[in-house]
Design a protein around this ligand. Structure first.
Ligand code: ADP
Ligand code: MG
Length: 411
């Protein structure tokens, strides 16, 4: 063993977190990640997921304006790493420019913690190894006020009080607590749907507004998030290298549907996807006002760019038109199935919801129709060797899909 090797008291590498070099920093979409309480919730929850948490507790007060606390049972940080994590562009998740092209973690910019700590009263309590002990770091408006040893089970708790206390111009733009809470819960919904295997609890004041224990699949998770859904129908489709798994639960009333989009497991906002869903749901008729739609899209990383928006909530598709068409045809089938107009595996059907892609839903429907000599449903020329699309007589009359490359209707 070389004499220079310094034995370390921790099991983990001495410095897992490093400061990114400037040339790499400049290639990352720049911008502020902290807009409102929901953006803080998003960043903290993503960090917890990246840390391998199996349970995440999110506590808010006053819509997150006065308190946001996120507690996880992830890998935690040792004292050295905890301090480094608070520096700008400190991340344990990427090291070289090449890594940018294959981002596997939710975070990678090393901006969230310092940005949040700069505009709040911030406390980080973390421990990587309870036998060694944890650390508590207190920061106010970006200034470190204190560091002290503190006991804690493995994991991390980050507490943010008085968001924007030192930036009145920003604070002024915060909305009523109910509005901020709504945004924050949408964020937690997105995270919870993206990771059914992780338990999520959201508390506001002393009310538990969401309690989703670890689940085995998306359907079970949606059921926990939305117990009042009468019926949840699963749909799926694949083509052009992309795969879709989705859920639709009809609503009551005539409101806009609530939509959650996951792209390679990441919850995103995307006008193209919203456009595709609205196009189908609006023509679906009664029962779909206020519906809940979840669309989970998987595609090769080189066909989607997540490094577009500082908060990583937007993506860019290499083949937007094809994705639009795929989502549209998958959801059409989901709506039709939900209306009982085609053979359907419903969540309530017992066996239903086999979690394997291609079982039930679109794949099975397609197979059974092929066997019966029927024209394929929703085949699209963009997806290779399939015959040209033929309108399916069972389905409602829908406007035709936009051509590949066409712009999605704005919302
Ligand atoms: P990024 O997530 O982009 O790397 P952040 O500022 O969000 O940047 O976090 C900086 C680093 O702090 C992360 O790379 C990670 O190593 C560490 N970290 C943050 N939150 C947690 C957590 N909840 N558990 C363990 N490590 C964390
Ligand atoms: Mg992060």
């Amino acid at each position: 063993m070389p004499a220079s090797r310094i034995p370390h008291r921790y099991d983990v590498p001495v410095t897992r977190i490093r400061i990114l070099p400037d040339n790499l920093v400049n290639r990352i979409a720049a911008g502020e990640v902290v807009e409102r309480p929901s953006s803080v919730v998003k960043e903290l929850v993503e960090n917890s997921l990246d840390a391998g948490a199996t349970r995440i507790l999110i506590e808010l007060a006053n819509g997150g304006r006065s308190l946001i606390r996120v507690t996880d049972d992830g890998c935690g940080m040792d004292a050295d790493d905890a301090l480094i994590a608070l520096e700008r562009h400190a991340t344990s998740k990427i090291a070289s420019p090449d890594d940018l092209d294959r981002i596997a973690t939710l975070g990678f910019r090393g901006e969230a913690l310092p940005s949040i700590a700069a505009v709040s009263r911030f406390e980080l309590l973390t421990s990587a190894d309870p036998a060694v002990g944890g650390v508590r770091i207190t920061v106010e408006g970006g200034r470190i006020l204190g560091t002290e040893p503190a006991a804690r089970a493995r994991g991390t708790t980050i507490e943010i009080r008085d968001l924007f206390f030192n930036v009145p111009a920003r604070r002024k733009f915060l909305r009523a607590p109910e509005t901020e809470l709504r945004h924050a819960s949408e964020t937690v919904w997105g995270a919870a749907l993206s990771r059914p295997d992780v338990g999520f609890i959201l508390r506001h004041g002393n009310r538990t507004s969401l309690d989703a224990p670890p689940a085995t699949d998306l359907s079970e998770r949606l059921r926990a998030l939305w117990p009042r859904a009468a019926k949840i129908t699963r749909f799926s489709a694949a083509g052009g290298g992309a795969e879709i798994e989705g859920l639709i639960a009809p609503g009551s009333g005539n409101g806009r549907p609530s939509m959650t989009f996951l792209v390679n497991g990441r919850a995103v906002r995307d006008r193209l996807l919203v456009g595709a869903v609205l196009r189908v749901v609006r023509s679906a008729g009664a029962g779909f006002g206020g519906a809940r739609v979840v669309v989970s899209l998987r595609l090769p990383p080189d066909l989607v760019d997540v490094n577009v928006h500082p908060a990583k909530t937007e993506v860019r598709f290499a083949r937007g038109g094809a994705i639009f068409a795929l989502v549209e045809r998958a959801l059409r089938e989901g709506v039709a199935a939900s209306q009982g107009r085609v053979p359907v595996h419903r969540l309530d059907d017992g066996d239903a919801m086999a979690s394997e892609p291609g079982v039930g839903g679109y794949g099975e429907l397609l197979r059974s129709r092929r066997e019966a000599g029927a024209a394929p449903l929703f085949e699209h020329p963009a997806y290779g060797d399939s015959p040209p699309p033929s309108p399916d007589p069972v389905l409602v009359d829908l406007p035709s899909a936009p051509r590949t490359g066409a712009k999605a209707p704005s919302t």
